[in-house]
Design a protein around this ligand. Structure first.
Ligand SMILES: O=C(O)C(=O)C[C@]1(C(=O)O)C=C[C@@H](O)C=C1
Length: 314
């Protein structure tokens, strides 16, 4: 296989769900992929210029947002999201060959995976403890590297992607142990700020809104900007800004592209009512959905209204 020269960072080690997601992104597949131990390290590689972009998890359909990623986007030097990918996530309990299920006492995995497999673990292995690691693949490595009975390598089993078991020589003790067989994780390609790709008709836009001062209705004012222009939100998350107790901002994803009139008008509204708005990017939706445009909110409707006003003003 020929490997390109452009470097992309991802949450590693090899065989994380993030690596699988990276391989599905046309911009990234075929390029050089560098694993990093944490989301922070993968994104730091972008900020220092060592990598062109980083593939990181942003949101899981069961567990919600991945705060480590969200906080990198909210704080520090500005970044952009240039692509997204949705990946089905199925979890396997894996152990060194020869381990039997009944002897599993200590399990290691990523917090997002732990949340999705909690019911299975508490039902099938009620005496087992689950410890948290930096990724599901790192958990598989930790298990693979612990010779049975060796001191300092306390894990009996890992919860990870089926691919991690194959990559690190572990046997599967139980398949599909996640609560939701349909679970999906949304991954994004993060790069330095850039001009968005052209609108496709099936786009999403992400931004962070920082409220001006703590006052009644601050969130309502933000939501109004979208509601009156017919822009549908797909996610809104409040996160601390990191600058003092009670200071929050809102990370918002919505349907449409910054080039769409209704999106542009909503963003201008935000700019007027917020202390700051950090535009993260407009990019094609991974699910390919083309949302309906409500009456009165198409580009033509906004153009017509602007022309009408011009005419009134003479
Ligand atoms: O640990 C991994 O394999 C990852 O890619 C991270 C991650 C996440 O943070 O959401 C990705 C998908 C799974 O839901 C669990 C963990």
């Amino acid at each position: 296989m020929v490997v390109g020269t452009t470097r992309y960072a991802y949450l590693g080690p090899e065989a994380t769900f993030t690596e699988a997601a990276a391989l599905r992104l046309p911009a990234v597949a075929g390029e050089r992929l560098d694993p990093h131990p944490t989301v922070h390290a993968a994104i730091a590689a972008v900020r220092t210029g060592e990598a062109t972009g980083a593939v990181v998890p942003l949101e899981n359909s069961v567990e919600g947002s991945v705060n480590a990623t969200l906080d990198e986007l909210i704080r520090g030097e500005a970044l952009a999201i240039s692509a997204e990918v949705l990946l089905p996530v199925t979890f396997v309990l894996m152990a060194r060959p020869g381990t039997d299920l009944g002897s599993v006492r200590r399990i290691v995995t990523h917090p997002v995976a732990e949340a999705q497999c909690r019911t299975w673990v508490s039902t099938k292995l009620p005496d087992a403890v689950v410890e948290l690691g930096s990724s599901t693949a790192a958990a598989a490595v930790a298990v693979a590297e612990s010779a049975p009975g060796a001191d300092g390598h306390p894990y009996d089993a890992a919860i990870a992607a089926p691919l991690a078991g194959e990559r690190y020589g572990l046997d599967t003790l139980a398949h599909d142990i996640g609560e939701d067989a349909e679970a999906l994780t949304r991954f994004v390609l993060v790069s330095p700020p850039r001009t968005p790709t052209a609108p496709t008709g099936s786009d999403k836009t992400s931004l962070v809104a920082y409220i001006r001062d703590d006052h009644p209705g601050a969130l309502l004012e933000i939501l109004e900007q979208f509601a009156t222009r017919g822009v549908n939100l797909t996610r809104i998350e409040s996160r601390p800004t990191g600058n003092g107790m009670g200071r929050y901002c809102f990370a918002i994803d919505f349907e449409g592209h910054v080039a769409d009139a209704r999106v542009g008008e909503a963003m201008m509204g935000l700019r007027r009512v917020c202390a700051d708005v950090r535009f993260l990017g407009s990019y094609p939706r991974a699910d390919g959905v083309r949302p309906p445009i409500r009456q009165g909110t198409s580009n033509a409707d906004f153009r017509d209204a602007a022309a009408w006003l011009e005419q009134l003003r003479g």
